[in-house]
Design a binder for this molecule. Structure first.
Ligand code: SF4
Length: 473
């Protein structure tokens, strides 16, 4: 489908074929919002008589007044009305801004809410794109075409920093109010979860499952949003998933979710444990707000969010780990989540929940500090306490983090299990917390190879698509 713009004066095409378009630094006219500035997007519902359909207001400099190669703040505020429009659907309409704007040639939109990051290409500007109003009009046209329950829509785009900051404060109150809605509802209280395939355009095997106790990893869709979306737009990207039988309550594994995993991932995955980091974890598309990373040296998990500009104790910044995690995969050792999942009473309960967490950036820790159990709060390090693995280990020992007790237990276990380790190997391993066993598929070696074979994997990351074991002729 290629839609040649019907909006007067628009030089660009809109089509899903532009969705994966990346605008590199050299091709960039301007960058809007993103890590070097501020911004957000929000959709609010209103009464029919409050909306002037199609109206666009721009506050701040327009594209043609912007300096090439610069960064500007950027807020996009849409107000919608219609007989079926209610506050419950604001989030899911808001999330569609991402895919509709990515249909625009020469315009790249990343992330959601207060994390948006937009780039406009030089090529589009040279072809005649001169105003953000053109972008607003094109996006509103898509909203009305694709979501017919929107009968009226108007937009306010802002590129003035003072105004963006002022409106962002208000927007944060709305996001917070949405996030608190699910606090009293839990997975066991409902028979239906909700799935979302919006991100399959760039992560084709991604299976997003939204439950009362697990917000979407983009953070923009909670269980109520999924329910409202499925109701008003039954053909849309959000849909019900019947829970089915409980397979593992602690891990959050359900027969209905597993069936959906097979269907939605094209057969790539057949099990998902919603509250597990290590075993059949939820897939990660790329829109996650936070990445979790396993540190075998301390047998525990750290978290890093998009706003953190430094490197985590494993020596990696968010961007590197995000690249490792995304793409719609189940990656043992990395996991993308939405910030609100930290507040869930079922937060990674299959792995010990907060007891398995040892590091997070200070700003992120401050955001969720009320959800961290009292007894562990001070024992979770930030960049101010630990910048690398060695300083992290010392901090955890000093603060008596519960993970430290497991090191001794694992060391004892290891000694019992491997009494014949050569002296040189034993010395190399001395004093190190041992690597927790990763979940490996059961494998038996036959044909006479079962005895005398010992494989030691240390600090290894291995991806295997297929193992073929053939009998020796
Ligand atoms: S991250 Fe998941 S819930 Fe959010 S838009 Fe993408 S597919 Fe949907």
């Amino acid at each position: 489908m290629v839609i040649k713009m019907a909006v007067v004066g628009c030089p660009f095409e809109m089509s899903p074929m532009y969705e994966g378009e990346r605008i590199r630094k050299d091709d960039l006219y301007v960058e809007l919002a993103g890590p070097k500035s501020k911004g957000f997007e929000i959709v609010r519902s209103a009464e029919m008589n409050e909306i002037e359909d199609g109206k666009v207001t721009l506050i701040g400099p327009d594209l043609k007044e912007m300096e090439e190669g610069s960064n500007y703040p950027y807020a996009m505020i849409y107000r919608i009305a219609g007989e079926q429009v209610e506050p419950d659907i604001e989030s899911i309409v808001e999330r569609r801004n991402h895919d509709f704007q990515n249909y625009i040639q020469g315009y790249m939109h990343l992330n959601q809410r207060y994390d948006i990051w937009v780039r406009v290409s030089k090529e589009m500007v040279s072809k005649g794109l001169e105003s953000l109003k053109q972008i607003a009009e094109a996006t509103m046209m898509m909203f009305k075409n694709e979501l017919p329950f929107i009968e009226k829509i108007e937009a306010t785009f802002i590129t003035d920093m003072t105004e963006v900051e002022k409106e962002l404060e208000e927007a944060r109150k709305v996001y917070d109010a949405r996030d608190t809605r699910t606090r009293d509802l839990h997975d066991e209280d409902v028979d239906t979860f909700y799935g979302c395939t919006l991100c399959q355009s760039f992560a084709p095997t991604n299976v997003c499952v939204v439950t009362p106790d697990r917000v979407s990893l983009c953070g923009a869709i909670n269980w109520f949003d999924g329910r409202a979306a499925a109701k008003v737009d039954p053909e849309g990207p959000q849909f019900p998933i019947e829970k089915g039988e409980v397979i593992d309550e602690l891990g959050g594994e359900y027969s209905g979710v597993n069936e959906a995993a097979v269907r939605l991932s094209g057969g790539m995955f057949d099990r998902i444990r919603i509250h597990s980091f290590f075993e059949y974890p939820h897939t990660s598309c790329g829109c996650f707000e936070v990445v979790g990373f396993y540190m075998p040296e301390v047998d525990a998990i750290g978290w890093v969010d998009r706003d953190f500009k430094g490197t985590a104790p494993n020596g990696l910044p968010f961007s590197t780990m995000a690249g490792q995690t995304g793409g719609g995969k189940q990656v043992v050792g990395f996991l993308g989540i939405g910030i609100n999942y930290f507040r869930s009473p079922k937060f990674l309960q299959a792995d010990g929940g907060w007891k398995k967490v040892v590091w997070m950036p200070k700003a992120l820790k401050d955001k969720v500090v009320e959800s961290i159990p009292d007894e562990i709060r001070d024992a979770i390090a930030t960049e101010e306490d630990a910048a690398d693995i060695e300083s992290l280990k010392s901090f955890l020992q000093e603060k008596k983090h519960p993970i430290v007790d497991t090191w001794a237990a694992e060391e004892a276990e290891e000694e019992k299990a491997a009494p014949d380790v050569a002296p040189a190997e034993a010395q190399a391993m001395g004093g190190m917390p041992t690597l927790a066993p990763m979940q490996m598929p059961a494998m038996s070696l036959t044909g006479g190879a079962g005895g005398g074979l010992k494989i030691i994997l240390s600090n290894a990351k291995i991806t295997v698509d297929k193992i073929i074991v053939k009998k020796k002729e």
